[in-house]
Design a protein around this ligand. Sequence first.
Ligand code: MN3
Length: 204
Amino acid sequence: MAFTLPELGYAHNALEPVISEQTMTFHHDKHHQAYVNNLNKALEEAGVDYDDAEKLLQELDKIPEAKRAAVRNNGGGHHNHSLFWETLKPGDQKAPVGDLAKAIEKNFGSVEKLQEEFNKAGAGRFGSGWAYLIVDKNGELKVTSTANQDSPVSEGATVILLNDVWEHAYYLDYQNRRPDYLKEWWKLVNWEVAEARYQKALKK
Ligand code: MN3
């Protein structure tokens, strides 16, 4: 069964002014679609069948070596972006909720401290990649980042929040000002989705 491009769940202009309609149109309809198409092509050429992107990213060693890099890059691209659209919500967001709010307070001291550490991870990622808030395989809530489309899911982590720091995510709106994009992005975070992911991580 082939992977498909998920719906955004909101209009392409719904995240303005933080992220423009033009960025969302290219990012979702073109970039994400390309990851989906290239993933399906690579899986077909590899002669393997997956319908769960998370499982696929945890079993990259089972992919024939000739196609492993293509599956890792495009499978990571598909999964990261699928989570990314769900992480965002129109409207000026408030604050973390539920058990995640308590865990952020306990682990980072405050949401501002988390934002500072997360934005530093995003700004410090050389070239293209992602910044994350994850629950790692040992159950620890922490900030991390990856290069390219690599996913912490491959290391057994659960993704709570993630921000795309590839230039295609912000260049039309912020040009070279990645730190400004990182700062503004927090207005869009869907904390209910983050809490639901945290609850899922606690049950692992
Ligand atoms: Mn992207």
